[in-house]
Design a protein around this ligand. Sequence first.
Ligand code: PHB
Length: 358
Amino acid sequence: MSEPDLFSPVKLGNLTLNNRMVMAPMTRNRAGEGNVPQAINVEYYRQRATAGLIITEAAQVSPEGVGYPGTPGIHSEEQVAGWKKVTDAVHKEGGRIFIQLWFCGRISHPDLLPGNKLPVAPSAIKPEGEVMTFEGMKPYVEPHALEVEEILAIVEQYRHAAAMAKQAGFDGVEIHAANGYLLDQFLRDGSNQREDEYGGSVQNRMRFLNQVIDAVYESWNRQNVGVRLSPENRFNSMSDSDPQQHFSYFISQLNAHAPVYIHLLEGDMISGERNVNYPALRDAFDGLYIANNGYDKERAEKVLAEGNADLVAFGVPFLANPDLVYRYQHDLPLNEPDMSTFYGGDEKGYTDYPFAER
Ligand code: PHB
């Protein structure tokens, strides 16, 4: 068998993707009024439809799930209508698109939440640092530790959002259980210090994720559902006492649910530092593995050739190069990303990155 090639088609469950290059989920804070995807968002995703698979920016499953200004939701009829234009545009270009389901939990602020309520978390532990509100940066607050019935209510919000995602015409959904947001806050023991059935043992810490997966499976076939994890990402004040051991358990248990892929943010998001053995985690999972975090063409080809990933997700390179697949294929130079326009704003730094001349 020949080596898997970045540019050759691959089966992902019941879908055939045009290549193994995934556009990683990236928060861009450009949704319109009511957290509804608007015309510039349609254009942004349409431009990037040559990716084998687009995973959208994280979309909150309910108004309570929000953590930043201007992020899209997937819980209202208006949002579904907005996303439908995105999925139609991507499909028209021959692309495939999953939506990432998100609940921020303690990475939020009363200013952003309905009724100015406290953000929620497994335990009342305040994250370090500051949050972007409509009035600028403010320190994080100590979150409310969720009661069991409140956890179950959030599972219902995922159930609803997954059904809305189906209506919006997505090819699948990615459950965001990474990067310090609510599901990850339950998985890792630095943020989960509960003493009930949702904390303590790895079995208990995974209970919420298992319930969310079951809820999502009510509207989706497992072949159209992926899960994102980040065992050792410190972003958002996260830590775990033994990421290798704990995530090896979580990942082996995911086999019971058999989602089509796991998508790993490998190492630390900011520094890139890695201590976990990712091939070992990958071996614990029976489905497909998407590698992410700082990959370029060379590293992507290497990880595929070594058999340590099935697909590779690219973030910033796709942000700055709508035609990243073509550029990598033809070894063309890349556009420079402009960090000042990553979060919020208009077309500038969003839909105005040029395509390479053909
Ligand atoms: C961010 O807004 O910086 C962000 C959002 C979602 C992630 C990671 C980072 O998963």
